[in-house]
Design a protein around this ligand. Structure first.
Ligand code: ADP
Ligand code: MG
Length: 568
């Protein structure tokens, strides 16, 4: 057979298959049309997961009777893209393809009436041919029914999966659009069952919680940043709460649900290192001028690409970091104490709290050279007798906060603090000079590694000099280190065994030092020490995780507790 052009009917069928893949894509197109028509109420009805029927009814602006026929033709659209500023990106349609495509591969009925008209029009189309055309009277708005999808394309029909599977995709699609448009009443029924129903709400957070019932009792952190080229709004869940909320991650770009790996990576970056098996919950709406986006990588517009990906990454990571930090500051608000204690408090407020407690546990005895940054800046002045902090098994610190209870891992928390303090002021990080400098014997390999990284270590507050063959003398340590001779031996061994360290990775060096220098599990802490530790932890940039990514804090809100006790 020679080369020939496809008959238009067949070409149209093929084109239709690119836009319409399954019932969920039918729903997507119909929802977008209803939203474009300014509907305040959208009712969806499905049969057999949408394979037998998807019907969408809206109370939008409707289609004039004389234009109905045009609406179902290819490349017929009443919409123009408006490549304007961020606020004006609203419309979904522009290609005028969807209705025509669906009409090609199903039995489609469309009926519509405009609010000011006395009557409306109904069209029934089967495989692209109009079979019924009649005047009707109905409430203003539009109803589109798509029956027996792909009845005329058996190969496509066979590609559809089970009813429950298709239904799940339909509901997912509906949830996405419900999330995007919280002021709209939107619901889906099947036979006599209401599957989902969302009432209009004024605050987006209410819709988010309705769409994800698993968020009950879970605190959400609001993320909100705006720039000329990018705006982000949304919610993330505090990392220590994410356990049960796996895989609930939604990204919307310019009002469309999208898949975007870079967004996920930026969020993880913003949270800081954490165990990789704990993906955070998030739902984020991104908005950007259309020219910044390549949205047509895929015909169903699921994947997008922002033109300046580096900027997107940094912007999002920063937005999340700020939000997490705000949350950390909030967590630190301790409840005000009963007024009977107020007078005592006033007096004792002036008693300075020891900054680095004269410790008998820490070896060697250390003397702060200069006032260090370890002094708690915002300590509320709890007297020594204050019992707001509890130590559990010399391992965890329990503290009451204004919204509930936090449990802090003393070692992990101290690790995080030391780590950030070391890296924050490289070269000038607070250090303590040892009263009795320590001599450490090294293996030749450890010694070689030491010689290579000695300058970097010094920058971190860890000063040591060559003392003899394969011998070093340690003179200063990062301030507030609790480190003994055996820890030091191990530390030099770890330096030599860690390839990142040998390559000059300072973060890694700091992480290893922090781990050895942090308060050990099993150390008893005073009230003042516990309070200082918690205050300093929440001044960290990434307070919720230690440098290895283990959590430092677990938080129970009053809601969490009420849930456990069956109060709510
Ligand atoms: P597009 O949305 O790209 O314009 P469609 O094929 O989806 O293309 O729709 C064609 C036209 O039909 C739209 O531009 C709009 O004018 C009209 N239309 C479709 N659905 C509705 C609806 N629910 N309410 C009002 N008008 C609609
Ligand atoms: Mg459309």
């Amino acid at each position: 057979m020679g080369i020939h052009l496809l008959p238009p009917r067949i070409a149209a069928k093929i084109a239709a298959g690119e836009v319409i893949i399954r019932p969920a894509s039918v729903l997507k197109e119909l929802l977008e049309n209803s939203l474009d028509a300014g509907a305040a109420m959208i009712e969806v009805y499905i049969e057999r997961g949408g394979k037998a029927l998807v019907r969408v009814t809206d109370n939008g602006e409707g289609i004039a009777a004389q234009e109905l026929q045009l609406a179902v033709q290819r490349f017929a659209t009443s919409k123009l893209t408006d490549a304007g500023d961020l606020e004006r990106i609203q419309g979904y349609g522009f290609r005028g393809e969807a209705l025509a495509s669906m009409a090609e591969v199903s039995e489609l009925v469309i009926e519509s009436q405009r609010p000011e008209a006395e009557s409306g029009m109904l069209l029934q189309i089967k495989a692209g041919k109009v079979t019924v055309r009649k005047e009707i009277v109905r409430t203003p708005g539009t109803t589109v029914s798509v029956r027996n999808l792909f009845f005329n394309l058996p190969a496509r029909r066979a590609f559809l999966r089970s009813d429950p599977y298709e239904r799940r995709l339909v509901l997912q699609k509906l949830r996405d659009y419900a999330l995007l448009h919280h002021k709209i009443h939107i619901e889906v029924t099947s036979q006599r069952e209401t599957l989902l129903s969302f009432q209009p709400v004024s605050d987006w957070i209410e819709r988010v919680r309705e769409v994800y019932p698993a968020l009950r009792g879970v605190e959400l952190i609001r993320v909100s940043e705006q720039h000329r080229l990018l705006k982000v709004e949304g919610f993330i869940v505090r990392p220590d709460q994410t356990g049960e909320l796996r895989r609930m991650q939604r990204t919307f770009f310019n009002c469309r649900p999208v898949l975007y790996r870079a967004v996920y990576r930026a969020i993880m970056e913003g949270f800081g290192p954490q165990p990789s098996n704990r993906p955070p919950f998030f739902v984020l709406k991104l908005t950007a001028p259309p020219e910044m986006l390549d949205a047509n990588i895929h015909p169903t517009k699921i994947e997008v690409r922002y033109r300046e990906e580096r900027f997107l990454f940094d912007f999002l990571a920063q937005a999340v970091r700020k939000a997490v930090h705000r949350e950390a500051v909030k967590t630190l608000k301790f409840p005000t104490r009963p007024s009977s204690l107020r007078t005592d408090e006033k007096i004792e407020r002036q008693i300075p709290i020891p900054t680095s407690p004269p410790s008998t546990r820490a070896y060697p005895s250390a003397m702060p050279k200069t006032p260090t940054s370890t002094a708690p800046l915002e300590v509320k002045g709890y007297p020594e007798t204050h019992t707001g902090f509890w130590q559990l098994q010399n391992l965890y610190i329990l503290a009451q906060t204004s919204s509930g209870l936090i449990i802090v891992d003393q070692h992990a928390a101290h690790e995080r603090i030391l780590y950030e303090e070391m890296l924050e002021r490289l070269g000038a990080s607070p250090r303590q000079r040892l009263l009795f400098p320590l001599i450490v014997n090294l293996t030749p390999e450890e010694f070689a590694t030491f010689e290579e990284i000695a300058d970097d270590l010094k920058g971190l507050g860890f000063e040591a000099k060559v003392f003899g063959p394969n011998q070093v003398i340690v003179e200063t340590l990062p301030a507030d280190s609790k480190i003994g001779p055996r820890d030091l031996r191990e530390l030099f061994r770890e330096f030599a065994e860690t390839s990142e360290v040998k390559l000059g990775n300072r973060d890694k060096m700091a992480a290893l030092i922090a781990c050895k220098a942090a308060i050990k599990a099993g150390s008893t802490l005073s009230q003042a020490e516990m309070e200082s530790l918690i205050n300093r932890l929440f001044r960290c940039k990434t307070p919720f995780f230690c440098p290895h990514g283990r959590p430092t804090v677990v938080k129970f809100t009053m809601d969490d507790l009420s849930k456990r006790f069956g109060r709510i």
